[in-house]
Design a protein. Sequence first.
Length: 212
Amino acid sequence: MPIAFKEWAVTVRALAEGEQLLTLRKGGIREENKHFELEHDRFFLYPTFDHQHNDLVRASHHPELDRALEEGVWPDDEPPARALLQDGGIPQPDRVRIRAWAEVAEDLVVEDPRVIDALSPFYVWTTDYAHKRLNWKPRHPLHLVLLRVHRIPRPVTVRVREEYHGCRSWVEIDRDLPFEGTPVMSDEEFEFATSEIRSICQGDRDREPALV
């Protein structure tokens, strides 16, 4: 069965539109070994609404929260985006739309919080939230995964199964999905952006450790 990588719907939207080409991951409490492992080098992007809140996304990308609701299909009316401000967020949809897949270009490790700040032009989250990803489980490394994303010709709707819920990175999709479509960024754009990111991360290795 096809493998999919879970990420917030607003992040999946940014990845599928070429506005972001990385993800930061340590792993969820339901990971098999309690930490993130990059088990696959090619996978589909599965949009989830678990823990997604307005105040964890940069204000400049708040309009994308409305559009990210298009990634889910609810049995009743689509929930309003303002529900993302409420405790518990919004209920999980009955179905989600898979519109993109990704190849891993590189798996880097980030340890310095200054790198998180320097990388802020390359993600849609607030820097506070990105720091939370770094600081959670401090003994475990923070993976920065560079993704070469492709948008499939037509979105495919898949049913949300019970085993897809919870803080896990990988799910198996119970229907055929095509590894087809075109990259969302040109080769030149992708190479330039990844070079910038690598340079920032290289600075993490070259500088003295931050004082805490």
